[in-house]
Ligand binder design. Structure first.
Ligand code: SAJ
Length: 420
């Protein structure tokens, strides 16, 4: 005879999630929440998305989107039209709750968990027995257990028996989100083994990649390690580019040659590291243990110093002209995305304007003047026509196509190696 516990375990292990019988409440409809919600809706889940911003909720309910991401408009439109996706200002009862809220860092680099706290409190009254709560937001070690569990789990309910809590950090690359949300392998870390199993079954219902079970803490640290790994490696490339400049050698040529070694793979230098992930997440590890993270901290500092290096270089060149016009191409944090968060390109333009070393003419085809009024934006043609110095800051597709004969007439600062 099998014990009751063994029967329950067997049921859990063999249970699969049927999308048409499963409702999901997604908290936070930004760069992660909205694509995830619309993909789940497309796969047949009944999805209620919640956001505190009225304009976001209204836009989505009209079948439109408030962020730029390839093909997302089409998927959201079809999810809303089919009735599988609805947005609102409040959470609703569901079988699965996904927290996709921001986890920014404060000016002193300590993590700001207020959105996770708020979202956890907001869902608590709606949690019933059997529900699954997932934290997708990139979070400092122990957030799932120390913040989500106490605030989201109703008193009297036991985690791993009555209600299930797991961390499954998002891993999608802006610009490829819809593809990666389905294709990437996922790390699923439960607060207890039963939580892991329940969360694994949920992700297996809509992810094509492998679903890898672990603990909540290991999942939290894994995600932070992934972005720190990238930050450290970009810092190496950026440090090399500054060194190469001083030595008078072409950094991109050196990197290309070094990368022909079978065990060397150096990343690409740029104007610095931006976005809300790689420039923020490594600080969560440093904050967790400052004594044992000197490399991660230094990488952050190297990447943060790169915009100033670029500004000084441009200022030096501008001094050669009586009335220099400096064309700055791109203000978003990377090519073909419209995201300005932590953008080194934006920081460089702002610094150049402040330094007043010439007339700064910025241009970004992905940013409309209605949305942005910190400084005037010009169209590409005007900038190419008038600028003496051209500074390539963000490698948008439109800038890659600029004819060589135009570039040859200008003084060029190509921070990304795009025009090599
Ligand atoms: N960059 C360089 N040189 C490079 C690569 C990138 O200067 O060789 C710069 C980019 O221009 C940008 C920044 O680094 O300013 C980050 O860009 P990215 O494309 O490397 O990454 P993100 O921030 O857009 O997305 C990252 C991804 N993490 C990893 O690749 C490990 C993504 O998978 C994560 O889901 C995302 O962070 C996140 O949300 O955490």
């Amino acid at each position: 005879m099998m014990t009751q516990e063994a029967v329950a375990t067997l049921e859990r292990l063999t249970s699969t999630v049927n999308p048409s019988e499963t409702s999901v409440c997604v908290i936070g409809l930004g760069y992660i929440g909205l694509p995830t919600a619309s993909v789940l809706a497309t796969k047949g889940f009944q999805v209620h998305g919640m956001d505190v911003r009225a304009d976001v909720v209204d836009t989505i309910n009209e079948g439109r989107i408030h962020i730029e991401e390839p093909d997302l408009d089409m998927v959201v439109r079809s999810a809303v039209n089919s009735g599988q996706l609805k947005a609102g200002y409040e959470p609703q009862p569901a079988d699965v709750f996904m927290l996709c809220v921001p986890t920014p860092s404060r000016p002193d680099h300590s993590p700001d968990l207020s959105y996770v706290e708020e979202a956890s409190r907001a869902i608590q009254p709606h949690i019933k027995r059997g529900d699954l709560i997932i934290l997708e937001s990139t979070s400092p070690p122990r957030t799932t257990e120390d913040v989500v569990v106490p605030l989201a789990v109703p008193p009297g309910m036991k985690v791993g028996e009555d209600v299930f809590v797991a961390h499954c950090p998002e891993r999608v690359l802006p610009g490829r989100i819809l593809l990666e949300v389905v294709q990437n392998d996922r790390v699923v870390g439960g607060v207890t083994p039963a939580c892991t199993e329940k969360a694994e079954a949920f992700y297996e219902a809509f992810v094509n990649g492998k679903v890898l079970g672990t603990s909540a803490l290991a999942a939290e640290v894994t995600k932070l390690v992934e972005n720190s790994y990238r930050d450290v490696n970009i810092a190496f490339a950026n440090e090399l580019s500054m060194l190469a400049d001083r030595l008078g050698v072409d950094a991109w040529e050196v990197i290309e040659l070094a990368n022909r070694h079978p065990r060397v793979n150096i990343l690409t230098p740029g104007p610095g590291v931006g976005g809300h992930c790689i420039s923020v997440d490594p600080w969560f590890l440093v904050h967790a243990d400052p004594e044992h993270t000197p490399l991660i901290r230094t990488a952050r500092e190297v990447n943060d110093s790169k915009p100033h290096f670029v500004v000084n270089h441009v200022a030096e060149l501008a001094r050669e002209f009586a009335a220099p016009k400096i064309g700055c191409l791109g203000i978003t944090y990377k090519g073909d995305v419209d995201d300005l968060r932590e953008s080194p390109s934006l920081e460089i333009v702002q610094e150049l304007i402040k330094l007043d070393v010439g007339e700064v003419m910025a241009c970004d085809p992905l940013i409309s003047s209605e949305r942005f009024n910190d400084f005037p934006l010009h169209d590409l043609e005007t900038v190419l026509d008038q600028a003496h110095i051209l500074v390539l800051l963000t490698d948008h597709r439109a800038f890659k196509k600029i004819p060589r004969r135009i570039l040859e007439e200008k003084v060029i600062v190509d921070t990304r190696g795009t025009w090599r």
